[in-house]
Design a protein around this ligand. Structure first.
Ligand code: NA7
Length: 542
């Protein structure tokens, strides 16, 4: 035990994480009058928007909906500069939120939580930080993020590379300029795509190690004037209502006539209209049939492929490498990235794709990357955009022990289960946001889903306390019923057939299960509301 361990901080509630969810959770619990504190690994607020400061990082939800809804005046006084602001602006916005509500005084930064053990004698959690500090708390709110556990060591010999290696999910604040450098990018997911399109003009040369191609949709990102923002401010209530009641937490939803009731011309018109939108609406508001019907999914995929072929000048080699086929997966069963000139980058002289399907990466060497055909590719900088242990990763990296010393990590190594992504049986008073089996694990405009969950959790705690109770624990029956429902909905979709982080298949040994509830944000809200309205049946509140 070190000196810090002599003192124990005693709290009513402790929040882990100071990102979008953690900040709001802190705000809510403090407002309830609880003694609450948040702990955050980073030196500042923002979560995802703190760590992912790689070139080109920006969100795919429009600024008018990537918002908090608890302070109308705050919404109206923050004026986004464009439709899809980049990371620096989003980090600035989250700082603005934190400062406006004086959140930082109750956040301890530069602190990683190592373990949290439930004491059945006292019905309280004992938490230990990386510096050995001890916290004793009644309620534990894990707002650790669904994409905050980057996969750092994917390749043999990574440490031997003599140039700079940058991981997108931990991009250093003092990263060196890439201008004039020979750069490698590994990974062409939503992250890799943003990096590639952004740095292509400045690097001297870039090799992109491509494995699974993506259905790319061009983003339309106009600048926002005062007038534009006034337009959205005038629609505050309407927009708030729309995002909370749509399939994916966006302000658009599936409203087109069903595919089979439409003519070919009508379908094409709908697809073209969404394409022109330049947002994720082609995916989340055109034809919901793409999630269930292979033939329809294939037709929409072909629509996107045709657009991509044109942009690649029908270059056969590039088309084969960069456009997904039916055998890969169909449109929408994998995270759809929005991009700006991503495909055109490959037509530049200084950019060369390396086909990782035919020549996989073997290892890192001091000069760069060796592929399995024996070629050594030399670089000054290697950028790893190789993804995250999504949904469960951040929580599994903390040693959570519930009743009977059960370990969440061990449990989830066997099977990942939760009740609505909000609680796990056996872990009283532990609540989670962005955890598996809720839309907030992936299929959602994050601010919508995280705020909903924080509100639900806050109301649940409030309910218990107002009834003079101390502990809340979901029963195994409720958890099982939720898992069964979740899987039943998932099994009807094509998403479960596609390998991606949505299914956990990007992490070796991770149990396969769709991580995100796919019954819709609106449906999820209805179901969770019902539990609350009925007084939390199946939850042991003592
Ligand atoms: P993703 O979508 O998981 O992408 C990771 C990328 O890294 C993907 O292209 C992978 O190819 C690639 N990868 C991983 N390992 C290798 C090896 N060994 N060789 C070559 N390529 C490899 O993560 P992102 O960070 O882009 O996106 C995550 C989410 O963050 C995103 O969906 C948004 O919601 C925000 P693979 O697909 O495995 O063939």
């Amino acid at each position: 035990m070190n000196a810090a361990a002599d003192k124990v901080t005693v709290l009513d509630a402790m929040v882990i994480g100071a990102g979008v969810a953690g900040m709001y959770q802190l705000y809510n619990l403090r407002k309830m009058g609880l003694k609450v504190r948040a702990y955050e690994t980073a030196t500042g607020v923002g979560g995802t928007w703190y760590w992912n400061r790689y070139p080109g990082a920006r969100f795919d939800s429009q600024a008018e909906i990537y918002q908090y809804w608890f302070d109308e005046e705050m919404y109206k006084s923050w004026k986004p500069s464009e439709r899809f602001p980049a990371q620096p602006e989003t980090e600035e916005w989250l700082n603005y939120v934190a400062d406006r509500h004086e959140l930082k005084k109750d956040i301890q930064f530069s602190t990683r939580i190592k373990s949290a053990h439930y004491d059945e004698e006292t019905n309280r959690w004992n938490v230990v930080t990386d510096s050995g500090e001890l916290i004793n708390t009644q309620f534990l709110l894990a707002c650790c993020g669904m994409l905050s556990a980057p996969i750092e060591n994917r390749f043999k010999g990574q440490e031997t590379f003599q140039g700079e290696t940058y991981l997108t999910g931990k991009w250093p604040k003092d990263a060196k300029s890439l201008t004039g450098k020979r750069v490698a990018v590994i990974g062409t997911g939503a992250t890799g795509i943003q990096v590639i399109q952004t740095i292509a003009p400045e690097v001297s040369s870039m090799k992109v190690f491509c494995r699974t191609p993506q259905y790319a949709i061009p983003m339309k990102n106009p600048k926002y004037s005062e007038q534009d923002w006034t337009y959205w401010c005038d629609r505050y209530d309407e927009t708030k209502d729309k995002v909370m009641n749509s399939f994916a937490g966006f302000d658009y939803d599936f409203t087109a006539k069903p595919w089979h009731e439409s003519t070919e011309e009508e379908r094409l018109a709908v697809l073209e209209e969404h394409w022109e939108e330049g947002s994720l609406s082609l995916w989340l508001a055109s034809y919901s049939e793409i999630f269930f019907d292979e033939d329809i999914a294939e037709e929409v995929s072909e629509f996107v492929r045709n657009k991509m072929r044109q942009r690649l000048g029908n270059d056969k080699k590039l088309c084969n490498l960069l456009i997904p086929t039916k055998d890969d997966y169909t449109f929408g069963t994998h995270r759809v990235p929005l991009e700006s000139n991503y495909l055109e980058v490959y037509l530049q002289d200084n950019v060369e794709p390396v086909d990782c399907r035919t020549t996989p990466i073997q290892e890192f060497v001091p000069e760069g990357i060796k592929t399995e055909d024996g070629t050594i590719h030399e670089f000054d900088v290697i950028i790893l955009a190789t993804g995250f242990d999504a949904g469960s990763g951040a929580l599994s990296r903390i040693d959570f022990r519930g009743r009977d010393n059960r370990s969440l990590k061990d449990q989830w190594q066997q099977e990942i289960t939760t009740a609505m992504g909000l609680q796990v049986h056996g872990y009283p008073n532990l609540f989670t946001t962005g955890a598996p089996l809720a839309p907030s694990a992936a299929l959602c405009n994050m601010t919508t889903c995280l705020q909903y969950q924080v509100d639900w959790i806050t109301n649940c705690i409030d309910f218990a306390l107002k009834n003079g109770k101390k502990t809340i624990e979901v029963s195994k029956e409720v958890e099982n019923a939720w898992v069964e429902h979740h899987d039943e909905v998932a099994s009807k979709t094509l998403v479960v057939k596609t390998d991606s982080w949505y299914m956990g298949s990007n992490v070796e040994g991770k149990p396969r299960r769709l991580l995100s509830y796919i019954g819709g944000v609106n449906d999820y809200h209805k179901r969770c509301d019902e539990v609350a309205e009925k007084g939390y049946p199946g939850f042991k509140i003592d």
